[in-house]
Write a protein that binds this ligand. Structure first.
Ligand code: HEC
Length: 124
């Protein structure tokens, strides 16, 4: 999250969950720490190239495994589609919202398509 979002979260923790409020200097340090290590600008999306759908892939696809398993693939759109079906059916991935699913498929086919990886393999 961004520094502002972390800041709001801290407010919420204090108000809603009765977290002990921090001294301003401590809060500044904590915020700097959170924003630089767990902030938006500093993270490099683990190497995912920019483009529509990047966010969806980033947040949906590393709940169970690392993004490396995604990035090492080079699949046709169709095979990506099949692998999403497989992930939902066999691996208990929560079904994706249709709009997100389309974005994800477009993204994967564009950036991790058949021609973009030295390793061309189909999955089950
Ligand atoms: C609910 C858990 C879960 C989520 C979420 C998930 N996966 Fe997977 N995925 C798995 C499991 C389990 C495997 C199997 C690993 C193995 O075979 O060792 C896997 C394997 C894979 C593989 C490799 C298949 C192979 O044959 O080696 C790819 C590619 C993949 N996932 C892509 C994705 C993408 C893209 C997303 C996001 C849209 C995603 N996964 C989200 C559970 C998940």
């Amino acid at each position: 999250m961004s520094r502002e979002e972390w800041d709001k979260l801290l407010d919420r923790m204090v108000k809603k969950y009765k977290m002990h409020p921090m001294e301003p200097w401590a809060r500044r340090l904590v915020l700097t720490y959170l924003a630089s290590l767990l902030g938006v600008d500093k993270q490099d999306w683990r190497g995912l190239p920019p483009g529509p759908g990047r966010e969806q892939v980033f947040y949906s696809c590393q709940a169970c495994h690392s993004l490396a398993i995604v990035k090492q693939q080079g699949l046709s759109r169709e095979s990506w589609d099949e692998s999403l079906v497989w992930m939902v059916k066999k691996q208990a991935m929560p079904p994706l919202d249709p709009d997100d699913r389309k974005l994800i498929l477009d993204y994967l086919a564009t950036h991790y398509g058949l021609d973009s990886s030295p390793r061309r393999r189909r999955i089950r």
